[in-house]
Ligand binder design. Structure first.
Ligand SMILES: Nc1nc2c(ncn2[C@@H]2O[C@H](COP(=O)(O)OP(=O)(O)OP(=O)(O)O)[C@@H](O)[C@H]2O)c(=O)[nH]1
Ligand SMILES: [Zn+2]
Length: 196
């Protein structure tokens, strides 16, 4: 979680000025003068997930679903995150499925859970597991499946410079792990990883 000794906004802006100088530019020139303020504001957006408890999104459930107990899947949930190694963007989509056990959740809440974890510094494996664990912990369904496919800016714009590479991760729990048919149905629902 976030460091409890949080620097002030002024300190954060001063750090951005240091990085601008380190990059070789002049933080005092007109075009850059407001950049530290903009970057601090952008960070508040990109990393807003630290202030959110994703469990709360799943607290409200519905039980009047006429006994519906089949797979529920929300696929192609676009997200933006940042890798914790380079702070470079991770752009991708998540597919989330669960097998309800008497209660279902508002479908938008699954996308909110994805965003709450995405808006932190991440590694894709951790984010995949966190989303699945959260749904399992709070909703206690008969199973959960999460598949994430994403492109990592630290691989596409620097370092190894490989564009078009997608990292695919999955976390299967309960029926998704133990029952091959449930897993196969989930994978069929989400289709083969899309290319972007
Ligand atoms: N497993 C995993 N690796 C990631 C993720 N995001 C970035 N990485 C990798 O983290 C690794 C960090 O490797 P290091 O050798 O410490 O850093 P580096 O010298 O910048 O490595 P290069 O990217 O190869 O230039 C790199 O191989 C990245 O591709 C992720 O979500 N999951
Ligand atoms: Zn990285």
């Amino acid at each position: 979680m976030a460091d409890p000794v949080r620097p002030t906004r002024e300190e954060a802006e001063a750090a951005v000025r240091t990085l601008l100088s380190w990059a070789g530019d002049d933080p005092a020139r007109e075009g850059l003068i407001d950049t530290p303020k903009r970057v601090a504001k952008a960070y508040a957006d990109w990393f807003s997930g630290y202030a959110i408890d994703p469990d709360e999104y799943l607290a409200r459930t519905f039980e009047e679903v006429a006994g519906y107990d089949e797979l529920i899947v929300l696929r192609d949930i676009r997200f933006e995150s940042h890798c914790e190694h380079h702070m470079a963007p991770i752009i991708g989509r998540a597919h989330v499925g669960y097998l309800p056990d008497g209660k279902v959740v508002g479908i938008s809440k699954l996308a909110r859970v994805v965003d709450a974890y995405a808006r932190r510094l991440q590694v894709q494996e951790k984010m995949t597991a966190q989303i699945a664990d959260c749904i399992q912990r709070v909703l206690q369904p008969r199973g959960v499946g999460v598949v994430i496919e994403a492109s990592h800016g630290c691989m596409t714009t620097r370092g190894v410079h490989k564009r078009g590479v997608a990292m695919v991760t999955s976390k299967m729990m309960g029926g998704f792990r133990e029952d091959g048919r449930t897993r196969a149905e989930f994978l069929q629902f989400i289709g083969s990883p899309a290319r972007s």
